[in-house]
Design a protein around this ligand. Structure first.
Ligand SMILES: NC(=O)c1ccc[n+]([C@@H]2O[C@H](COP(=O)([O-])OP(=O)(O)OC[C@H]3O[C@@H](n4cnc5c(N)ncnc54)[C@H](O)[C@@H]3O)[C@@H](O)[C@H]2O)c1
Ligand SMILES: [Zn+2]
Length: 388
């Protein structure tokens, strides 16, 4: 597969996703179409900087840019208004102007922070996404949701602000820790369930090769995931309706993530559980057959993800589900599969959810099943012998 270009059609805010192994070394040349200003700041985190900052800066300087770097600490705790203040400080100190460019080099944390800083510095300057995690390459870098966390809620502060381009070099995934890679697969499986049975079947067939990071299936996965995300976002940029389908697996997923204090489970691991549990709930509501649930469960487990909840009571789970941003006037609105490749958006009543929970987890109100996060038991994950 040569260079792939996936357009994101958003009228005057349209842009391309470019997917090409080795792209990082030509990133500078690709920016001439986006800005005429010589100033660029590369925003990244320490882990990513160790691997890829030098290469990126070299390409930018070779292309004639005056490039500076802003290196942030890695991890979700960087997603704060305090970090935004620091980034804005650096931009002002370096006399960044309206046409100066920000380049987000990293995972979803870096993309969300950089995009939000770009949205508000001088009321908006251009930015490009150069995602380096699977989550970022298939999800967070596309679609223009930017922002930071607040003490009282994740992603509570932010803006819709589209990048000018998403430049993906899948070779950067070679250095990604296995746990992050597997977590990203949850979002990939999600796309199959919400939009494309053929893609789901492809994942079933190729999961072993994906876990070995083999080049061709990895490229296919990124490409198809980006196409689906681009299509959904183009239909509903600001999430008034259709875009909500992307939240499949996230109603329970986000609740579990919150209940783990954002420490036990990383996002994709919680989403993996959500994919299975929400299908099970959909089956309980009579929306899909048991076969759908089992097909999802099998793929999730083969990917090395967990499929059931860690200890929580129904009341805690329900209350965490209510804190989700998708709650409208106190109603929890979920996304439910009717078959693989097709979902519906419906509210769910507390009583229905409570019944399901009791049926699922026995007499009591507690769930004690579930393997611990981190104790992954899927097909053997090999980081060696990658052909990418
Ligand atoms: N904006 C959106 O639409 C959207 C969608 C999904 C998730 N998100 C956000 O994305 C964030 C999660 O993103 P993430 O999973 O990419 O996490 P992340 O950005 O924290 O990256 C995970 C870890 O991998 C490291 N890393 C990144 N690339 C690497 C590489 N190529 N090699 C080695 N290490 C590397 C990072 O330093 C970090 O330690 C969350 O804050 C979530 O809210 C946003
Ligand atoms: Zn997600």
């Amino acid at each position: 597969m040569g260079e792939q270009i996936i357009p994101v059609a958003l009228g005057p805010r349209s842009y391309d996703i470019v997917l090409h192994p080795g792209l990082l070394s030509t990133v500078g040349d690709r920016l001439h179409a986006i800005t005429t200003s010589p100033k660029i700041a590369v925003v990244t985190d320490r882990h990513v900087a160790n691997h890829y900052l030098h290469k990126t800066l070299r390409s930018l300087r070779k292309a004639g840019y005056d490039a500076t770097e802003i290196i942030l600490p890695p991890g979700e705790r960087t997603k704060t208004l305090g970090t935004i203040a620091k980034v804005l400080d650096a931009l002002a100190r370096h006399k960044f102007e309206r046409q100066s460019l920000l380049l987000a080099l990293g995972g979803g944390v870096i993309g969300d922070v950089t995009g939000f800083a770009a949205a508000i510095y001088q009321r908006g300057i251009p930015f490009v996404q150069v995602p380096t995690t699977l989550v970022a390459q298939v999800d967070s870098s596309v679609g223009g949701k930017t922002g930071v966390d607040h003490r009282l809620g994740k992603n509570l502060i932010g803006a819709f602000y589209q990048p000018r381009a998403v430049l993906i070099d899948p070779l950067t995934l070679r250095t990604l820790p296995a746990r992050e890679w597997i977590a990203g697969l949850a979002e990939v499986i999600k796309y199959g369930i919400i939009a494309d049975e053929g893609f789901f079947a492809f994942l079933e067939q190729e999961i072993s090769r994906l876990l070995k990071l083999e080049k061709e299936p990895v490229l296919q996965v990124i490409k198809r995931s980006c196409e689906i995300k681009a299509e959904v976002v183009a239909a509903d940029e600001r999430e008034s309706n259709r875009r909500r389908v992307l939240n499949y697996g996230h109603t329970i997923g986000h609740a579990l993530e919150a209940l783990s204090g954002y420490r036990g489970l990383i996002h994709g691991e919680a989403v993996g559980i959500g994919l299975v549990q929400e299908a099970d709930l959909a089956c309980h509501m009579g929306l899909c057959g048991r076969d759908v649930v089992e097909r999802i469960r099998t793929l999730v487990r083969r990917a090395g993800l967990s499929d059931h909840v860690s200890p929580a009571s129904f009341s805690r789970l329900w209350s965490a589900m209510q804190h989700d941003k998708k709650v409208v006037r106190g109603q929890v609105v979920g996304v439910w599969p009717v078959k693989i490749g097709e979902v519906v958006i419906r509210p769910i009543e507390e009583q229905v959810c409570a019944e399901w929970f009791r049926r699922m987890h026995g007499r009591g109100n507690r769930v004690l099943s579930g393997h611990r996060p981190g104790s992954l038991s899927g097909e053997r994950v090999s980081r060696k012998g990658t052909s990418q």
